[in-house]
Design a protein around this ligand. Structure first.
Ligand code: ADP
Ligand code: ASP
Ligand code: MG
Length: 401
């Protein structure tokens, strides 16, 4: 079998932990499997590098950020390879570029366009364990790019897809996907299976156990993901196609996203085209606008509220400053969070949303914004009630069963 392993920051967070990973990889290899390992930077490393850059600039050039941030995973890949060689295994570490990963030009949030697997194949054929630095590739001009935070998951899934691997095992410090973040709700239950669609919602709504783009790609390429712990022997959670049994589950999980900020523009000139102009300008800067609320207009002006990732707030302020003649004032609130209820069963049952709103009401939590889709209900609330909301919703839908 050909298996892709991916080890996240915590799993390679110290030299001892890299040694532990080396032992796990060596065991899988000695069982006769071909192994490609994708690694993250040691935990905290990427944040530290971002802080270093911010020491010089609040808005550093993105190309240079990619030069900087891609270094973290390169360190881990080389160290793991050295550790494996010392154990008597043949191993080779590669950068994203050496592994043939080609991306678009979108520095710091690049999309993988193709993978030329020749080099990886050659090394696998020679019996080597191939170790690839995650989170990176090169664009057409051979410039290093990175894939967005948590992007090593995406590297792993893309490589598994390109090589036609039998599975993509993603190792972190939790032994699978839980009904909610077990750090917030200790009663959270581990799931044996979850569908791509539900996992995609949970991941994009804040459950960082898997990066959402990686789940999207896994669905597209039919890559079987298994979420596992690098510290246990648990069989983990399989993420795969939805089956009939899954449809019977009304709610499968609760997600919390603290990386949210709310922008309110007051006294916006109420004329056709204004929303298009503002939101196009934000989109051009790759700022992801999520929920939007526009109030009924009074005396020719209106209030426009929307949410964006907190990490994009500085850039949003810059973009909006170009529109200052179009509105009276702008305020920015970082003390909000988004709590979401996810489940494929909602498609065929009513009352799930109403129940979520009642739970908030019973706990005196004010809902500031709401959005729903076929399989999720999301609410923006005060950040200080985020974890309480997760626990009470988890209880209300009896997810600990
Ligand atoms: P890595 O650094 O290995 O990529 P992450 O820190 O990105 O790992 O993801 C693992 C973390 O995801 C866990 O420690 C856990 O706190 C968090 N998490 C959030 N939601 C969930 C969930 N529903 N199930 C499991 N873990 C979750
Ligand atoms: N090191 C990168 C990050 O912290 C990528 C990853 O770990 O997946 O976001
Ligand atoms: Mg991660």
């Amino acid at each position: 079998m050909l298996i892709v392993h991916k080890y996240g920051g915590t799993s390679v967070g110290s030299l001892d932990r890299i040694e532990n990973v080396a032992m796990r990889v060596a065991r899988a290899r000695r069982e006769g499997n071909d192994i490609v390992v994708v690694v993250s930077a040691m935990s905290g490393e990427t944040n530290k590098l971002i802080e270093y850059a911010n020491h010089f600039s609040k808005t550093p050039a993105k190309r240079e950020m990619d030069m900087l941030l891609s270094s973290g995973e390169r360190v881990t890949a080389a160290l793991l390879s050295i550790a494996l060689q010392e154990m008597g295994l043949d191993a080779i570490a590669m950068t994203g570029r050496q592994a043939g990963i080609k991306t678009d030009n979108h520095h710091t949030f690049a999309r993988i366009e193709s993978i030329d697997t020749k080099a990886m194949r050659r090394e696998l054929d020679e019996g080597k364990v191939v170790i690839v630095a995650g989170f990176q590739g090169v664009n057409e001009a051979q410039q290093v790019t990175t894939l967005g935070r948590g992007g090593s998951d995406l590297s792993a899934v893309a490589i598994a897809g390109a090589l036609g691997a039998d599975a993509c095992e993603i190792y972190s410090d939790v032994d699978g996907v839980y009904t909610t973040d077990p750090r917030i709700e200790p009663k959270a239950r581990k799931m044996d299976f979850i569908s791509y669609d539900e996992m995609l919602e949970l991941a994009s709504l804040g459950a960082k156990v898997l990066q959402s783009r990686s789940v999207e790609l896994a669905k597209k390429l039919s890559v079987k993901i298994v979420a596992k712990s690098s510290f246990s022997e648990d069989k983990g959670t399989v993420i795969s196609k939805e089956d009939e049994e899954m449809e019977e589950v009304l709610v499968s999980g609760i997600a919390l996203d603290k990386n949210q900020a709310r922008v309110t523009l007051r006294q916006v000139a109420d004329r056709p085209g204004i929303a298009a102009e503002i939101f196009s300008a934000l989109a051009n800067e790759q700022i992801n606008v999520d929920m939007i609320i526009q109030n009924a207009s009074t005396d020719g002006t209106t209030n426009l509220g929307f949410t964006i990732p907190q990490s994009e707030l500085e850039r949003a302020k810059e973009v909006l400053s170009g529109f200052d003649k179009e509105f009276g004032s702008a305020d920015f609130d970082e003390n909000v969070c988004k709590v979401s209820v996810v489940g494929v069963g909602m498609k065929s049952h009513s009352g799930v949303a109403a129940k979520a709103f009642s739970v908030m009401a019973d706990n005196n939590i004010n809902i500031e914004m709401i959005s729903t889709s076929e399989i999720k209900v999301s609410m923006i609330i005060d950040q200080k009630y985020g974890e309480l909301a997760v626990r009470t919703l988890h209880d209300a839908y009896k997810l600990d069963r």
